[in-house]
Design a binder for this molecule. Structure first.
Ligand SMILES: NC(=O)c1ccc[n+]([C@@H]2O[C@H](COP(=O)([O-])OP(=O)(O)OC[C@H]3O[C@@H](n4cnc5c(N)ncnc54)[C@H](OP(=O)(O)O)[C@@H]3O)[C@@H](O)[C@H]2O)c1
Length: 253
């Protein structure tokens, strides 16, 4: 098993990010974790310290490019990060906005620009070291435009496509890039969903699958398999057919 010793995770104050931090924590591990909610982030930090990790828990908004750049550059210069997980993300319901237009714009800033703000500052250091792993949090909702969540799905499609391209372009530099595409996982995002969620899983189970995939340097970590097959079919079947199917899906936005 590949051992990640110096790790940064955005959006580690709840859900999947919290589970990832708590599973990665251990003796000799340095963890930089971020979020916006001080109390929840501190709790995760304490859990990780109890497992022996050295933890920097920082309140920082991923959309603040200047703050992210200086935070990431400082941490990378001191700790030579070997794994960066751009996990922070929102759905319209967790964006903190109430008007639909504002929700969409804020979601794009966090889910798309926030990812760039997280990875751009660490890539130069990884290139110099000729090593490092980057993981981008996409979603199975990003495989085909869905009437149930057009904006969220589009933001995640961008992340997947960007990550897949980046993997090829950084390969020669010795950097691994993986794209994570979960189905429905218990978190504050899915707490908002008032419809049945097939193959729903806990965040710790999702985190274990993600870490196994990162260990193997998988290009795409998509799960659970049954949901992945459904997403894949929706993307590749003829549009006239998937239009009919997709219209029947419950609305998220
Ligand atoms: N749950 C699912 O079914 C599912 C499926 C596919 C993909 N995903 C993706 O998984 C990722 C994690 O989401 P989750 O499901 O675990 O939801 P979550 O419990 O709501 O966690 C989201 C995390 O992102 C942080 N965050 C949100 N906006 C931020 C910002 N502007 N700056 C910094 N941190 C911010 C949150 O911090 P605060 O707590 O401080 O607000 C929180 O730590 C997201 O990218 C999501 O799109 C989730």
């Amino acid at each position: 098993m590949k051992i990640f010793k110096s790790i940064l995770i955005t959006g580690a104050s709840s859900g999947i990010g919290k589970a990832l931090a708590e599973q990665l924590a251990g003796e000799g591990v340095y963890l930089a974790i971020s979020g916006r909610d001080q109390a929840r982030l501190n709790e995760v930090g304490e859990n990780c310290r109890k497992k022996g990790a050295t933890v920097d828990a920082t309140i920082i908004d991923v959309t603040n490019q200047a703050a992210m750049k200086s935070w990431l550059e400082e941490i990378d210069s001191q700790h030579s990060l070997d794994l960066v997980i751009a996990n922070a993300g929102v759905s319209p319901g967790t964006s903190g906005e109430t008007r639909k237009d504002d929700q969409m714009r804020r979601m794009l800033e966090i889910n798309v620009i926030g990812v760039l703000n997280t990875i751009d500052p660490v890539i130069p250091g990884m290139i110099i070291r000729e090593s490092g792993s980057i993981a981008l949090m996409s979603s199975l909702a990003g495989f085909r435009g869905l009437p149930s969540a057009p904006g969220y799905g589009a933001s995640k499609a961008w992340v997947r496509s960007y990550g897949e391209g980046l993997r090829g372009s950084l390969h020669a530099e010795g950097i691994n890039v993986s794209v994570i595409c979960p189905g429905f996982v218990a978190s504050r995002i899915t707490d908002q969903n008032k419809f049945p969620m097939p193959f729903f899983m806990t965040a710790p189970k999702a985190a274990a699958i993600i870490l196994h995939g990162l260990d193997k340097n998988k290009a795409r970590i998509a799960f659970p398999l049954a949901s992945y097959i459904m997403a894949w079919l929706l993307a590749f079947l003829p549009l006239w057919l998937t239009d009919l199917l997709a219209r029947k899906l419950p609305r998220k936005e």
